[in-house]
Design a protein around this ligand. Sequence first.
Ligand SMILES: NC(=O)c1ccc[n+]([C@@H]2O[C@H](COP(=O)([O-])OP(=O)(O)OC[C@H]3O[C@@H](n4cnc5c(N)ncnc54)[C@H](O)[C@@H]3O)[C@@H](O)[C@H]2O)c1
Ligand SMILES: [Zn+2]
Ligand SMILES: [Zn+2]
Length: 360
Amino acid sequence: MNEVRAIVAMSKGAAVTIETILVPDPGPGEALVQVQACGVCHTDLHYREGGINDEFPFLLGHEAAGIVEKVGAGVTSVAPGDFVVLNWRAVCGECRSCRRGKPWLCFSTFNATQKMTLRDGTVLSAALGIGAFAEKTLVAAGQCTKVDSSVPAATAGLLGCGVMAGIGAAVNTGNVGRGDSVAVFGCGGVGDAAIAGSLLAGATTIIAVDIDDRKLETAKTFGATHTVNSKNVDAVEAIKAATGGNGADVCIEAIGLPQTYRQAFEARDLAGTVVLVGVPRPDMEVTLPFIEMFGRGGSLKSSWYGDCLPSRDFPMLIDLHLQGRLPLDKFVSETIKLEDVEEAFHKMERGEVLRSVVVF
Ligand SMILES: NC(=O)c1ccc[n+]([C@@H]2O[C@H](COP(=O)([O-])OP(=O)(O)OC[C@H]3O[C@@H](n4cnc5c(N)ncnc54)[C@H](O)[C@@H]3O)[C@@H](O)[C@H]2O)c1
Ligand SMILES: [Zn+2]
Ligand SMILES: [Zn+2]
């Protein structure tokens, strides 16, 4: 058993606190990871606001990289000393989706079997089955993806969630290709990654939409060719104006709001694709004109984790970064200490950062 410091959301809406937690040694199929860096993602804030589920207390943090410290019986994919990025969809290889050759949609992903707890034995719900705002965390071995260790942990760890989700929303789910036009709604870490992914895939028109001019300026540095502040102008009209009156081939919603989903739906060209990567709250509903769903054709898709396959995509994206073709380091706005996570949530709400990253 390991005693470590960690960030816990004890109850709905309350500020997060530092707690001492107990992390079991790895059992069969598990790995104990010494966390080196973990980014603050909007999904952590969704958890602490009760927007994901009510299984408090939550051990937050899920965008992380670190060193494998110990592995349990039967683990052969990683070994102590390996530098890994943690992923929250360790595919099973056996469910109906894996068997049909679509492991990125796996319906039965793995997490650690043993639970991490508070000192009094209260079981913690680890955010996305990871819980990496902790000096050490326990995961399923399949949640550890080995990557080139020459990349700083603060940079590499971001692939573990938001950056992968955004790049994958464009490249995998949206299938953005050469010459496409793309509109991205919400230019936080996820939206900017969708912009970077669209650039990588060869899109020629990339329209960034946000309500914060600072975010739009940053979006340009990731590859946005046009910016739209939807507080001041009609986003749908502006996107049509930038695409010859037609709308974008791929519209990516990276906020999780009904109104911006509707904008994405309306700003799409005929036979285009809408990708929802933002996470809605459980009480939200959208209303869409049914005839337009038919008449516009194309597809409305959701993107879980950018439809990524960590073993395929993490090492490949790290290689592209090392070759200077993907500026992963630019997503790191600041590095912070564990005790600064609550303040980092406020900075995120105020739009001051793309990613604050806890470095241990
Ligand atoms: N699908 C997945 O697998 C996955 C993975 C990671 C994160 N997410 C989700 O993606 C979303 C974005 O995450 P993030 O970390 O980038 O968040 P963030 O808070 O950093 O970014 C959100 C951006 O949206 C902008 N915004 C807010 N309201 C807006 C509006 N009405 N119109 C236009 N822009 C608006 C904000 O100014 C901000 O720039 C969250 O919902 C998060 O939970 C999904
Ligand atoms: Zn599966
Ligand atoms: Zn996340």
